[in-house]
Design a protein around this ligand. Sequence first.
Ligand code: CMP
Length: 141
Amino acid sequence: AVERTLSIVKPDAVGKNVIGEIYSRFESNGLKVVAAKMVRLTDATAGGFYAEHKERPFFPDLIEFMTSGPVMVQVLEGENAVMKNRELMGATNPKEAAAGTIRADFAQSIDANAVHGSDSLASAEREINYFFAQTELCDRA
Ligand code: CMP
């Protein structure tokens, strides 16, 4: 089925100036950008987005990293978009990411891991609504 998923190009990848290279991975694999913006997250916006990780030991480092510079936030649309995007990203820890994935090619560490992608259709819906109004989602069908 055609799905939408939320993707973030994280501060490390924006800093390395590889936004376009990462967008190319999406586009050449059948995913379309239907909304996008560059934002500098605050402690509050990053904390709300990652609320499910609040009790995890890595949470403070995660928030510090995600607020360290601007991020690109986009909604990707396509057949099986949630899983497709996760395949393109590779494993959360770039040391475990398969060759040719975004994290294998652009990421340094489990925190500076280049991209975020929704892990389920339910998360995608919450995460898209967290960053975008319905009126900001474009129809590209
Ligand atoms: P992301 O998909 O954005 O979701 C939460 C982030 O926390 C994850 O990518 C990693 O960048 C970061 N993180 C740091 N340590 C861990 C860990 N041990 N397990 C999972 N995520 C971690």
